[in-house]
Design a protein around this ligand. Structure first.
Ligand code: NAD
Length: 256
């Protein structure tokens, strides 16, 4: 379905981003990876699906590095047809003790980076008459949780940006939608499981159970593979007129 197209997925060396990159690669899209940590492993995983794989190490908190990444992708692959704004970080603390530097980093990486990548991707998509912009928001783009002020503010911002991007391009072949997962067991969430286990003096399994019990009626994590398949749907012809939605994959979190 995506043969000959190129997808750039930010924060795709791990977790949800890597799951989305692999799902799009299975549909034939060439992939540009981005993110920190081990790069060779994710690159090999995606390449094994028979597509071309590129990588750019842009720090998504830095607009000039995002510009270099978008230019690099255009130079290597011709155009970015599918942009997945996924890179994100978390910090958990009450507002009065929230480190200012963490607030700034979360707003920059989780929200402003999506604006920068989107503004840089749109001209080529408009020229081609087709494009898909998928923003990995969160259930925290729709509801709040205590001690996550920066994350919740950024993710609500991402849902707002999604709607405006969709509206500004509503008469074109470019759609923009957000995915709003509940808990997904990635390194980002494992840190929160570890913190709970340490704070309560319980095992990893018990901490996982408590974490799910608090918010997610299904008592199960959403997987990066499931999220990847929703991204594939947004890229499919059936998604042509799906514009500006924030689609929950949250095990019933927000149905309560
Ligand atoms: P993760 O920690 O597994 O992956 C985050 C990715 O972002 C990694 O590839 C990391 O290298 C990259 N990254 C971090 N800072 C970066 C920076 N400054 N520049 C470039 N890349 C950077 O986390 P994840 O759970 O897969 O999270 C991915 C996205 O999904 C985030 O936006 C997160 O908010 C969102 N999300 C996660 C969950 C969850 O439960 N895990 C739920 C809802 C939404």
């Amino acid at each position: 379905m995506l043969k000959g197209k190129t997808a750039l997925v930010t924060g795709s060396t791990s977790g949800i981003g890597l799951g989305i990159a692999k799902a799009l690669a299975r549909q034939g899209a060439n992939i540009v990876l981005n993110g920190f940590g081990d790069v060779a492993g994710p690159q090999a995983e995606v390449a094994s699906l028979g597509v071309r794989v590129g990588y750019h190490a842009a720090d998504m908190s830095k607009p000039d590095e995002i510009e270099s990444m978008m230019a690099h992708a255009a130079q290597q692959f011709g155009r970015v047809d599918v942009l997945v704004n996924n890179a994100g970080i978390q910090h958990v603390s009450r507002i009065e003790s929230f480190p200012v530097e963490r607030w700034d980093a979360i707003i920059a990486i989780n929200l402003s980076s999506a604006f920068h990548a989107t503004r840089l991707a749109l001209p080529a998509m408009l020229a081609a008459g087709w494009g898909r912009i998928i923003n990995v928001a969160s259930i925290h783009g729709l509801v709040g949780s205590a001690e996550k002020s920066a994350y919740v503010a950024a993710k609500h911002g991402v849902v707002g940006l999604t709607k405006v991007t969709a509206l500004e391009n509503a008469t074109t072949g470019i759609t923009c939608n957000a995915i709003c997962p509940g808990w997904v067991l990635t390194p980002l969430v494992q840190k929160q499981v570890d913190a709970k286990a340490a704070a309560l003096g319980v095992s990893n399994d018990e901490a996982v159970k408590l974490l799910l019990q608090e918010k997610e009626p299904s008592m199960q994590f959403t997987t990066p593979e499931e999220i990847g398949e929703l991204a594939v749907f947004f890229c499919s012809p059936a998604g042509n007129n799906v514009r500006g939605v924030a689609w929950n994959m949250d095990g019933g979190w927000t149905a309560q």
